[in-house]
Design a protein around this ligand. Structure first.
Ligand code: AMP
Ligand code: MG
Length: 290
């Protein structure tokens, strides 16, 4: 049987436009601080040494997400937007697969952003992202996001500097307007080393089952490693805000990355404290007629 929880309380406090930021200092890029990626160890794993050490912990976090997501869906008042960014091979797809594998697909939508279509390119840069923002009760996952418009667009000189520079502020305003409408934002940068990228690209070539993932463009992009790291540092520094913080996740070890992302999402959902809506009055006396 479903529990009703404190349904009455839930109805009145359903919309909380103010920020929901979990007190989880580990890996959060503090607003106003300039993150130096070189100073953050992508091999960090706390006290864990191998995948087995986190298996049960990860399962526990996944279960928390599943339960809380069901409540968020039932409440149908607020939503969550999870942004995933990384260097190529950083593990965006793997994170989605391992963290969200057990979530009810009805309450959750993944949007992947590629090179803009002609129609998308004819609109303001935020247009396609805003259209994919989650509805009430839903969790939206952005596999790449509006941040591409200050990352690849900057590194590849797709628009002039005065255009992309202005975008940090526009992004902060966009994210603020989402939070004001009850969407909680979580942004994860999956931080891998250049060596780790080399290994992962090589294994995409060596393993016939992974070859489809490889594009020769990946090698060209790799040559821009330093420019991308700089662009990421500026994006994280300019756009980690109280209402929409960035988390810099050590991601050389896939199992640790999954644990950190899952734990942060579960803690944030728990802080949102979604409530089942109140049931109709007097239901306990009702029996379904034959
Ligand atoms: P993938 O995620 O490997 O399928 O690649 C998607 C590609 O789309 C990447 O090379 C991104 O850099 C590119 N991309 C995503 N968003 C944009 C954007 N706003 N402008 C230009 N390129 C983009
Ligand atoms: Mg790719």
């Amino acid at each position: 049987m479903d529990q009703d929880g404190d349904a009455q309380g839930g109805a009145s406090k359903a919309i909380q436009p103010e920020k929901v930021v979990v007190d989880y200092p580990r890996y959060r890029a503090e607003p106003g601080n300039r993150a130096s990626l070189a100073a953050i160890d992508p091999d960090e794993t706390e006290h864990y040494r191998k995948k087995k050490d986190v298996a049960r912990g990860l399962e526990k976090q996944r279960k928390r997400i599943q339960d809380l997501q069901e409540r968020l869906y039932a409440e149908n008042e607020r939503g969550m937007l999870i942004v995933l960014q990384a260097m190529d091979t950083g593990g965006k797809d793997g994170t989605i697969k391992h963290v969200f594998g057990g979530v009810n697909p009805q309450g959750c939508r993944v949007s992947s952003f590629k090179v803009p279509s002609a129609e998308e390119a004819n609109h303001d840069f935020l247009w396609r992202y805003h259209k994919s923002a989650p509805a009430k009760g839903r969790i939206g996952i952005f596999n790449r996001s509006h941040y591409e418009d200050v990352l690849v667009v900057r590194v590849k000189n797709i628009v002039p500097e005065e255009v992309w520079r202005e975008r940090y502020e526009l992004i902060n305003e966009f994210e603020r307007s989402l939070t004001a409408n009850g969407i909680t934002l979580l942004k994860f940068f999956l931080h891998i080393s250049k060596d780790e990228q080399k290994k992962r690209l090589q294994s995409r070539i060596d393993d016939p089952d992974k070859r489809w993932k490889f594009s020769s463009n990946d090698i060209k992009e790799r040559a821009f490693w330093d420019a991308y790291q700089q662009a990421f540092e500026d994006a994280l520094g300019n756009c980690s805000t109280e209402h929409a913080p960035w988390y810099i996740v050590p991601a050389n070890k896939k199992w640790y990355r999954n644990l950190v992302v899952a734990r942060t999402i579960a803690d944030t959902l728990e802080a949102m404290d979604p409530q089942y809506p109140p049931a109709e009055q007097g239901l306990e006396k009702v029996t379904i007629p034959d």
